[in-house]
Design a binder for this molecule. Structure first.
Ligand code: SAM
Length: 294
């Protein structure tokens, strides 16, 4: 409850979310993953008079919010968008190509030895579904799940802390098969999230969860976390302002983003979270009208 005094704007009705209490449906462990926001997203959907026709996550990454919306049928359809080709390979394989069973079996059969990891990660120009397997393995063996160039690897043989400690083939298999089973509710677009926002700007029955890479704050440098991190935030805010449908956006809490939100007439709220090291932190939630949260 420390957050209450540290962050007086925090709505007292919202408990600090313990990520372990939210079903983890993504096969990724994703830097900046939004598992902790799931209860807030459920509350947001509950505030709508009608089920949205489409839910769009234009910066999908590990897509925990989009997957939750699809599993819990919070919208008629869910569309995920991601620019990073390595991440996109997983979503294309499972959602578009219907190859989730193949991928799940490959994960189950993969013997996680130093030699096998090295051989798989060195390969280039792989067919799409093999690239998906490569991404899943890389996401597990790299420190923090970071897929951007330069990410460090966990070491083999650190008792309880090395690569093996992040490799749960049966869990990953189940998550992928579960997504495979509901793939008809999902569409994946490999490309630029801002273009997809622009395409759907005039549609009032479409709602958006926008979680862009953020690079202006050196402490949580998006440039280290994501291969694609160079985003025009002014442009994004302008496009978001033009949306006919409702939206939620999350950002690191800082003055530049608060100023942008204010300029566009958006509502802001600080939301507490616990990061993977269980440290209490906050992020900024931005929306057109966040009264449903209070
Ligand atoms: C903060 S992360 C999203 C994390 C996600 N909400 C989750 O829970 O896993 C931002 C993502 O946006 C992607 N990205 C960066 N620029 C993009 C763009 N122009 N269009 C679509 N995705 C982009 C990055 O590759 C990264 O996966």
């Amino acid at each position: 409850m420390k957050q209450l005094s540290l962050f007086p704007e925090y709505p007292a009705s919202l408990p600090v979310v313990n990520v372990a209490s939210v079903p983890q449906r993504s096969p990724f462990r994703y830097p900046g993953g939004k598992t902790w926001l799931v209860p807030v997203i459920r509350r947001w959907f509950a505030s709508f008079a009608h089920k949205p026709q489409e839910f769009v996550e234009p910066f999908a990454g590990g897509a925990i919010i989009g997957l939750t919306a699809a599993f819990e049928q919070l919208a008629e359809h869910v569309t995920l968008v991601e620019l990073d080709a390595a991440v996109a390979a997983v979503w294309q394989t499972v959602i578009e190509d219907g190859e989730g069973v193949w991928l799940a079996e490959q994960i189950e059969q993969f013997a996680l030895t130093p030699a096998n990891v090295q051989t798989l990660l060195q390969q280039t120009n792989l067919p799409l579904r093999e690239r998906a397997l490569q991404t899943i393995v890389k996401n597990r063996v790299n420190r923090g799940g970071i897929l951007a160039p330069g990410a460090g690897k966990l070491k083999f043989g650190e008792a309880g802390k090395g690569i093996g400690s992040r490799w749960y083939p049966q869990t990953l298999k189940k998550r992928i098969l579960d997504i495979h089973a509901i793939r008809q509710r999902l569409t994946f677009i490999s490309g630029d999230g801002i273009s997809v926002l622009r395409d759907r700007a005039g549609q009032p029955k479409v709602v958006f969860f926008i979680d862009p890479p953020y690079t202006a704050d050196g402490k949580r440098a998006g440039s280290r976390l994501y291969t694609h991190n160079d985003l025009d935030h002014e442009e994004l805010f302008a496009v978001v302002q033009s949306l006919a449908g409702d939206f939620l956006m999350t950002y690191d809490a800082n003055d530049r983003i608060r100023a942008l939100a204010q300029q566009h007439g958006f509502d802001v709220e600080l939301i507490p979270m616990k990061n993977t090291h269980h440290a209490a932190m906050v992020e900024l939630l931005i929306g057109r009208d966040l009264r449903w949260l209070r």
